[in-house]
Design a protein around this ligand. Structure first.
Ligand code: HEM
Length: 377
């Protein structure tokens, strides 16, 4: 077994040499646990290696589990406004978060709002909406928390906005508002602001914060090279439908992306656009170069994304949305009807916010964190 592990590690090291995205993001294999074999799906262009590595470890790749749609049992709209529950009563909570988000956007620009929406998505898909993505260290993971995982490292932004919002809620009512709820409110507020008030929705709250976070669990996040089937499977594993996946992908009408994720597919894009991207990327896939995801309305959360598919989107995972009749039809509807997409997007954000929520305070497992980046002592 030791030899097999060494061989698998060798293959993984070789894989790092295969391409820039592989080198940056690496491969995650849970060697040593003896139960699982997981390899980033869709991040590096290394899908063919997945079964090889898992095979060498004698651990067949296990696809993710399909889950029922999340119910969000225990969450309620206006949760912090209910004076019947003294422990969670904090009527200024949502306003405090909104102010923090607005002031971050005023000071740093609209891109930070994109960062907050993505932060919420990356929290939801790993251990559910429990603010595990915000943790810098935990008892079991040490410093190898989700933020160190391939899809997150050197990529996520907006942590300081959540910290500022947390401080503001504490100033308003003490430590009553969970970091997980703050993240959900912040993503809602960013959606509202970046859409010019067109995407505005109430957020059910009452989430408690988790106490663990592991980098290797970020394999549950889809990557820019994911196939349609992988996207569908990974969303289904969270209880989200293919329709939710197509709807939520519209978030790629804002924010930025690093060149290494798309320079390999410039040939598949509109020729002029590809040339402009190539120039912005200085002809390289350097991770330090970034471009706007939407070349038309870069800072507005709108249905432009669907008009950009397939020649003006960056990732293979965007372009594949028109590779099946059903998803193409939804793309066409969203392209033609901004309002129906906006309504669907709001509903899908609420649904995503219900994934894996923890609503009971269980000593040692859940809490209201004092500081969002670390578990309570
Ligand atoms: C469908 C599968 C998805 C894939 C494969 C994917 C992949 C990516 C990648 C590779 C980036 C660029 C990261 C970087 O260059 O560092 C990105 C950015 C972004 N994604 Fe996604 N994503 C997906 C779904 C979503 C969803 C569901 C949302 C939210 C609802 C979302 C929101 C964003 C935002 C807002 C950005 C820009 C972030 C910023 O500017 O800081 N994505 N995504």
């Amino acid at each position: 077994m030791a030899n097999k592990k060494q061989l698998a590690v060798l293959v993984a090291l070789l894989a790092l040499l295969v391409g820039p995205s592989a080198g940056l993001l690496g491969i995650s294999i849970s060697i040593g646990t003896g139960t699982d074999c997981v390899v980033f799906v869709g991040w590096p262009r290394l899908l063919f290696l997945r079964s090889l590595i898992c095979g060498l470890l004698g651990q067949p790749y296990t696809p993710p589990i399909w889950r029922d749609p999340p119910t969000g049992a225990g969450l309620s709209v206006g949760y912090y406004n209910n004076s019947d529950y003294a422990d969670s009563y904090c009527p200024g909570a949502e306003a405090a978060v909104r102010t923090a988000v607005q002031s971050a956007i005023d000071q740093q620009g609209r891109g930070i709002g994109a960062g907050l929406i993505r932060l919420f998505f990356h929290d939801a898909f790993v251990r559910g909406c429990d603010a595990s993505v915000l943790l810098q260290s935990t008892a079991l993971a040490g410093t190898g928390t989700e933020m160190e995982g391939g899809p997150n490292k050197d990529s996520l932004r907006g942590f300081e906005v959540i910290d500022a919002a947390k401080e503001a809620t504490k100033a308003a009512c003490g430590n009553r508002v969970s970091c997980a709820d703050i993240l959900a409110f912040a993503a809602r507020d960013a959606s509202d602001i970046l859409s010019g008030g067109r995407i505005s929705f109430p957020v059910p709250a009452g989430r408690k914060d988790g106490r663990e976070s592991f980098a290797n669990e970020t394999v549950q996040l889809p990557g820019p090279d994911s196939s349609l089937q992988q996207l569908q499977t990974m969303f289904a594993a969270q209880g989200l439908s293919t329709e939710d996946m197509v709807t939520l992908s519209g978030a790629h009408s804002i924010g930025r992306a690093r060149c290494l994720f798309f320079t390999g597919r410039l040939a598949a894009m509109d020729r002029d656009y590809a040339q402009r991207l190539d120039a912005s990327c200085n002809g390289t896939g350097s991770p330090s170069n970034m471009v706007s995801q939407d070349p038309v309305t870069a800072d507005v959360l709108d249905n432009q994304y669907y008009k950009n598919i397939d020649k003006f989107v960056l990732f293979g995972s965007d372009a594949v949305l028109i590779s099946s009749p059903a998803t193409k039809q939804q793309v066409d509807v969203n392209k033609a009807n901004a309002t129906s997409w906006e309504i669907d997007f709001a509903a899908a954000m609420v649904k995503m916010g219900k994934i894996g929520v923890k609503t009971a305070l269980v000593p040692g497992e859940t809490e209201i964190r004092e500081v969002c980046s670390r578990v309570n002592a």
